[in-house]
Design a protein around this ligand. Structure first.
Ligand code: GLU
Length: 550
């Protein structure tokens, strides 16, 4: 009885690995093309860290003429939830990160290297497990979970490393004929890798992000096939990334310490190892300490959060690139209008430790992204957001579309577009006062500033209405009239004049226009008042100004 007999007893019907090696030929891509993937478990929650990985992986593939694929890692069937796969696909799609290959919905996929869902690859893993058994590099383990618990307690008591290795790997030493007999007798077992590593020796690893790292060799006989016949992450990783032609494994750095094991698996299976790029997690500052963004504590950890508050996907993508490469910010300054695709991402410039999540920065990027949209784009995106999250806003926007487009067009499409909207959830507050029905329906609190004497305000307003205001005026005329008005009331025409001789004036033109602005809108800060008057129209302007002084 030898290893071959053992392999045949365990897997009588699986195909030879040569079948799969032929079925999935090496990819025919340009030199330097990166093949990489996003490999989530369908747990129903898409973490911003997963999107971050996808942004990086997709960018690297695109930049090099490579492939970005999506593989669903559902070998832990306890953690699975219904529609978990479509949730991931939808999220990637929403953020423009759809893969070139992989699952496209709950059951369908595209690409020649599938199935892209691990639970459908059982026979493939078994073929490679059989190959390892035949080579004497894997063996059945009959230990019960109580025995393993007991072993761990002993190891802990003796202050030894825990795990299944060396003298502790009891089943490794069972003679083959005994192993076969136990299996034939129906004893339950799982399969373990027979590690040849020696922890006294070191391996040198070059990580694309982390740089050079040394590790002791792995000597753990880890489980490769579980009792349900499905592989563990480690084994599936080696088999899948080999067959799918992954050149770069871009993944979370919680896997960095598994590299010695993974390299050993690739070597024992006779595969060329991929390059590894281990990404540091996105961190959050919490009471002065840094911790990982947490699914439980931080709403912004879920990608669904951004849709809910209405931060455009593009802003989130850009922000993530910003975290990935700190030189992105500089590039963006130099190329304000360029497509983010034009930025060249470099894995070796990624930070080794986790970057802090900075909401203020994200919202700044979002303001810039939104400022570049046309009025129609704002209209469409905001309406689509509002139809899910804010019925009132939807009504407001749709009631008079033409008018709304004018409102949204204020200070847009010019050299310095307005940057006052960071997310769709802010939009209502930002524009509501420009709708007469809304404006007059609620009490307005006029908080006057420098000029706050009621009688004087009333005089200024009346003079403005009767003598100066003409909605047809061009901007320069309009502004000159504002200056005339200032002068008439003893205010300097220019701020500069006032600053030079403050004793000669009651104030300057800015104080006058502030009074008009507040009477017109109920606010001290608004976008350009000239444009606002144009949009409101003659009747509304006069009605608002008179209403204020009443
Ligand atoms: N399913 C693993 C995870 O979600 C994938 C890690 C990898 O990318 O290899 O952590």
């Amino acid at each position: 009885m030898d290893y071959k007999d053992l392999a045949n007893v365990i897997f009588p019907d699986v195909k030879d690995i040569s079948y799969y090696e032929e079925k999935y030929p090496r990819r025919n891509l340009e030199e330097g093309a990166i093949v990489t993937r996003f490999a989530p478990s369908p747990t129903g929650f898409v973490h911003i860290g997963g999107l971050y990985q996808s942004v990086i992986a997709k960018k690297m593939a695109n930049q090099t003429g490579g492939i970005f694929f999506l593989r669903i890692e559902d070998t832990d069937q306890k953690r699975e939830v219904e529609n978990g796969v479509s949730g991931i696909i939808e999220a990637l799609k929403e953020f423009g990160m759809s893969p070139d290959e992989g699952m496209i919905d709950e059951v369908n996929e595209k690409g020649n290297y599938g199935p892209y869902k691990q639970s459908l690859r059982k026979e493939i893993y078994q073929a490679y497990a059989k190959y390892l058994i035949e080579k004497g590099c894997a063996y059945p383990c009959f230990c019960k979970s109580e025995e393993l618990d007991e072993m761990r307690q002993k190891q802990e008591a003796a202050k030894e490393r825990t795990g299944y290795y060396g003298v502790w790997s009891k089943c490794r030493h069972i003679p083959v004929n005994e192993q076969i007999e136990k299996i034939k007798n129906g004893e339950k077992y799982i399969l373990r890798f027979k590690s040849q590593g020696n922890p006294e020796k070191k391996i040198k690893h070059h990580d694309v992000i982390k740089g050079n790292v040394d590790f002791p060799e792995n000597d753990q006989d880890i489980v490769i096939i579980k009792s349900d016949g499905l592989p563990t992450y480690h084994f599936a990783h080696a088999v899948d990334d080999h067959l799918m032609g992954t050149t770069h494994v871009i993944r979370g750095d919680e896997w960095l310490s598994s590299v010695p094991l993974h390299l050993q698996l690739f070597q024992t299976l006779g595969f060329k190892a991929p390059k590894y790029a281990h990404i540091a997690p996105i961190m959050k500052e919490d009471n002065g300490a840094k911790r990982k963004l947490s699914k439980r504590k931080d709403p912004e950890a879920a990608v669904s959060y951004y849709a809910e508050v209405g931060i455009p996907e593009l802003a989130v993508d850009e922000y993530l690139l910003n975290i990935a490469n700190s030189n992105f910010e500089q590039w963006r300054k130099q190329n304000p209008d360029a497509d983010m695709e034009e930025f060249e991402l470099q894995l070796n410039k990624m930070s080794v430790s986790g970057a802090l999540f900075d909401m203020v920065k994200l919202l700044d990027i979002s303001k810039r992204v939104i400022s570049k949209y046309t009025a129609t784009e704002v209209y469409d995106k905001a309406t689509s957001w509002a139809s899910k999250y804010d019925e009132n806003l939807k009504e407001l926007l749709e009631k008079d579309k033409e008018y709304t487009l004018q409102v949204l067009g204020i200070e847009r499409g010019n050299q310095k577009p307005r940057k006052d909207i960071a997310k769709w959830a802010d939009l209502k507050e930002n524009i509501i006062y420009l709708y007469d029905e809304e404006f007059f329906a609620n009490p307005v609190s006029y908080e006057f500033q420098k000029i706050n004497d009621k009688a004087e305000i009333a005089k200024i307003i009346e003079t403005y209405i009767t003598k100066h205001f003409n909605v047809e005026d061009d901007k320069e005329t309009w502004f000159n009239k504002m200056k005339d008005l200032a002068e008439e009331f003893g205010y300097a025409r220019e701020t500069k004049e006032f600053k030079q001789n403050p004793e000669n004036y009651k104030g300057h033109v800015g104080d006058i226009s502030t009074v008009i602005r507040i009477c017109l809108t109920g606010r001290a800060n608004t976008p350009d008042m000239y444009e606002i008057m144009k949009v409101l129209g003659k009747e509304s302007v006069i009605k608002r100004l008179r209403y204020a002084i009443k």
